[in-house]
Design a binder for this molecule. Structure first.
Ligand code: SF4
Length: 243
């Protein structure tokens, strides 16, 4: 499930070049760089249906702020209220993915301490340079569960020095979507999975992207098929493990 308390973002990194928020808003004549608090779903985690049940059921993972960045400066005045929504729902897990992890410590609520149990922080790093800039912040911040999203993957990213700390719970790799998508080479995915296996870190390949290369062959993948094709890729990687 998705919860987008605000919408819109500013490009800040090579991985933002073909941002899907910009692509989709562009099709609707909407300005994606305007960061706007949601009028209808800001407090969605607290909302109930007519039977008194939460609209976001217990036990779900809530992909949070995936049409913006939870730690973007423009949302500073709204974030305290968003944390209140998160705190009100210890029965669901909020997955927050950011490229602005350097702002994390100034953006947590006063009672954060070593982290809320129901929050997973994922740092998105599309290449080696961004991984090396951002992951030290992820490791040193008080967070209960840490994910790395190598997405949109632009090259093989060596994560050994972060994986070996034992502080990373999961690595997830994904390619870029839509018309101008840059290549996602399955060889990079395989190498990152092998690295994760060596350090006993859970790995996922969540989408191929629209411009996928496997064994030197190019494939154009329709966006709606990117997840299913990645699942096939995961099955293939699992069979390699068993050989
Ligand atoms: S940080 Fe994420 S949402 Fe914001 S512009 Fe970059 S890719 Fe898009």
């Amino acid at each position: 499930m998705f919860w987008n308390p605000w919408h819109g973002c500013k490009k800040c990194s090579p991985g933002c070049a073909n941002c899907y928020v910009y692509y989709l808003d562009g099709k609707r004549d909407k300005d994606p760089s305007a960061v706007v608090r949601s009028k209808t779903s800001f407090d969605l985690p607290k909302k109930r249906d007519r039977y008194g049940n939460y609209k976001m059921p217990s036990g779900k993972e809530i992909a949070t702020c995936f049409t913006s960045d939870f730690f973007i400066e423009e949302a500073d005045e709204w974030r305290a209220d968003a944390w209140q929504c998160i705190k009100a729902r210890p029965d669901v897990e909020f997955l927050i993915c950011t490229k602005r992890i350097h702002r994390f410590c100034e953006c947590v609520p006063p009672d954060w301490s070593d982290g809320y149990d129901n929050v997973v922080i994922a740092v998105s790093c599309e290449n080696q340079q961004k991984a090396d800039e951002r992951l030290p912040f992820l490791l040193s911040a008080p967070i209960k569960r840490r994910y790395i999203f190598v997405a949109p993957i632009l090259e093989y990213v060596k994560l050994d020095e972060y994986l070996k700390t034992g502080k990373i719970d999961q690595v997830s790799v994904g390619g870029e979507s839509y018309e101008n998508a840059r290549v996602c080479d399955f060889d990079w995915v395989k190498r990152i999975k092998r690295d994760c296996d060596r350090f006993g870190v859970k790995f996922d390949f969540h989408q191929t992207g629209s411009n996928f290369v496997m064994d030197g062959k190019h494939y154009r993948i329709k966006h709606r098929d990117e997840y299913a094709q990645a699942k096939k890729g995961m099955l293939y990687l699992d069979t390699l493990d068993k050989k």
